[in-house]
Design a protein around this ligand. Sequence first.
Ligand SMILES: Cc1cc2nc3c(=O)[nH]c(=O)nc-3n(C[C@H](O)[C@H](O)[C@H](O)COP(=O)(O)O)c2cc1C
Length: 209
Amino acid sequence: MKPVPWAIMPPLEYRHAGRIDRPHQCLFHCRRDIMNVLIVFGTTEGQTKKVAERVAAHFRGRGHHVELQDSAALASDLELGHVDAFVIAASVHQEHHQEAVTNFVFAHHDLLSTRPCALISVSLSAALEGHEAYAQRYVDRFVSVTAWQPRMTLLLGGALRFSKYDFFQEQFVKFVVMKSGDPNIERDHEFTDWNALANFADRFLETIG
Ligand SMILES: Cc1cc2nc3c(=O)[nH]c(=O)nc-3n(C[C@H](O)[C@H](O)[C@H](O)COP(=O)(O)O)c2cc1C
């Protein structure tokens, strides 16, 4: 039997919210040792910026070229032809990811569909026991609205910054997201699992490198 070229044989598994999904069937244009990776992030209080910077440092440590772009400051004439792979990272507020990230995906949908892409969705639900289904739902909605299917998805816990929230933000987080106002979590807290993020970044590189 003739070996199947790698380009039409996608990796066996994709991490999608902790479960293994069937791979998205798309062709990738290259397979190189050193890649140009663009990380586009959306952040409201800063945690996803930190996540994006961590991924960038991780990739650079593996010898790849990385550009970081805040979705809130993207140029409209962005030249992306040289980008070999994309990481989109966005956080969830009131059940939605940043609109600027959604717009970026809309605007570059065709290109994104021909390159390996990973989505990192940062939320509180991803870190709260019993709330994983909510975290998954935010991603499902994002994928459905943009009609864009990332190759891999990570649901990542974010952070709570009660010391910085105004009254409305505090009430929303306590009673809408956490559903209870758990007094044990009424202080700043970082839930991000940095090891899970590093593993995810390595697995993504494995699928394209
Ligand atoms: C006003 C507000 C609304 C939020 N809404 C949600 C939500 O609907 N679902 C959720 O899981 N997390 C929610 N979060 C938690 C954020 O996703 C979490 O704090 C994340 O770390 C924010 O990332 P960022 O600092 O990059 O913006 C909310 C946080 C705030 C302050």
